[in-house]
Design a protein. Structure first.
Length: 428
């Protein structure tokens, strides 16, 4: 593409952006003491058009540069891809222990305030959800846009069991995972013959069905009002309370500490850390078992997978069920941490964020998902002071990263075990 074509393309994109921005940010209603007045913000439109022009021009230059480089040296591109895949393997092997060690000592660091620990807990929730969805998307190659449905099933399972049957968190946790896995199988049966875009549409519809049920089944789910007063977790029967019921010893009394509300925050942090580590260990182990290798074979080529005698029906169902199970565990923890849940917490945007974590981190890479979860969770908090432009900065950052690293931060989609050990360098 010539320089003139790049400029024309950038001018066209800037014009479209200005037209779209005109009704969205070009006018603002103001209180004048009587009827509402309208204030124009055409300078914002100009800033947006300039930003889009420069961004589009930069993207075209980068795209053309990458295309020319690939055409000039395809072998170097192949070597670079192998290098990135090797980097992903090494990151899963060496970076993960560093991240786990940092996570273990985080609450004891000098800067670990209540806010920091609380944000770290949110990051770990998304890390666990990302690792659970990675089984379906990264290992089995099944595009799931309704993963938040299993998250919701786990949350509402714990909330209902706690409120109506008196179940504690630890007693309800396996049941939440079991119910979510059951819904995963229910989703898996109708989509056994689907793949690609059609599979994504069906899973998206399943997620919306669950959300609509939660909204309308008011006698059970509370409808739009949700469920409040959900039982908070205790330290194996010792509540985090300054005024425990008669005959009950609280956590701080058990250890002879002065009461502090941060004790419960730190306990919740270590609970989700333990659940996330269990998810990681399980995923790393199962991908080396026959079912894990069947997932990878299904991801690479379903027809060849069937020709080898692997049952694609059972393979897909196990991927959906196990991935959904970990989503249910995360949902159960979310419910006990919040003490309140509603259908608004399980919208499609949550599924999109979880899928973005898997893709951005590099499908198949456990360490990459940790980095992507931290980035996508903390960036909106860091950009909160930008108010109106917070999500614009969030989207721009994602676009830049995907232009820079379209395969993900730490791509690792190599099969766990190859038939030709000499060519594939053995197991990874």
């Amino acid at each position: 593409m010539t320089a003139a074509e790049r400029l024309r393309d950038a001018f066209l994109a800037a014009g479209v952006a200005a037209l779209l921005a005109l009704p969205l940010i070009g006018f603002e209603t103001v209180d004048t003491g009587g009827p509402l007045g309208i204030k124009t913000r055409f300078d914002y439109i100009a800033y947006a058009a300039v930003a889009v022009f420069l961004g589009r021009l930069g993207m075209r230059i980068a795209f053309d540069w990458n295309r020319n480089r690939r055409e000039q040296d395809s072998q170097a591109g192949s070597d670079r891809k192998e290098l990135l895949s090797d980097l992903g393997r090494k990151a899963d092997k060496w970076l993960m222990p560093v991240l786990i060690g940092f996570a273990l000592i985080l609450p004891m660091l000098p800067f670990a305030s209540r806010t920091v620990v609380d944000l770290a807990t949110v990051v770990l929730i998304y890390v666990m959800l990302g690792w659970g969805l990675n089984i379906v998307v990264g290992l089995a190659g099944l595009l799931d846009l309704g993963y938040v449905a299993f998250y919701a099933v786990g949350a509402y399972t714990y909330a209902l069991l706690s409120m109506h049957f008196g179940f504690g968190f630890w007693a309800a946790l396996p049941l939440a995972g079991l119910f979510a896995a059951t819904f995963g199988v229910i989703l898996g049966f109708p989509v056994l013959r689907l793949r690609g875009d059609y599979l994504a549409i069906v899973t998206l519809g399943f997620g919306e069905i669950i959300r609509v049920i939660l909204l309308n089944w008011q006698p059970v789910t509370g409808g739009p009002a949700g469920i409040s007063g959900i039982q908070r977790p205790s330290f194996f029967g010792f509540p985090f309370s300054n005024d425990p019921p008669d005959g009950t010893t609280s956590f701080h009394q058990l250890f002879g500490l002065e009461f502090a509300s941060i004790h419960r925050i730190i306990f919740l942090y270590y609970v989700i850390l333990a659940l996330a580590l269990i998810t990681n260990i399980f995923t790393m182990r199962i991908r080396k078992l026959p079912v894990g290798r069947a997932w990878e074979a299904l991801r690479e080529d379903e027809i060849a997978c069937t020709a080898l005698g692997i049952n694609p029906t059972n393979t897909k169902l196990t991927a959906f069920a196990i991935g959904a199970m970990f989503g249910g565990f995360a949902g159960s923890f979310f419910a006990t941490r919040q003490g309140f849940i509603s259908p608004e917490s399980f919208s499609f945007i949550e599924s999109a964020v979880i899928l973005a974590i898997v893709v951005l981190g590099g499908m198949g890479s456990q360490a990459g998902i940790v980095l992507a979860a931290a980035f996508l969770t903390l960036l909106p908090e860091v950009a909160r002071e930008f108010a109106l432009f917070r999500m614009l900065a969030f989207g721009a950052a994602m676009v830049l990263i995907m232009v820079w690293r379209p395969q993900g931060l730490l791509a690792h989609r190599e099969p766990t075990i190859r038939l030709n050990a000499a060519a594939g360098k053995g197991t990874s």
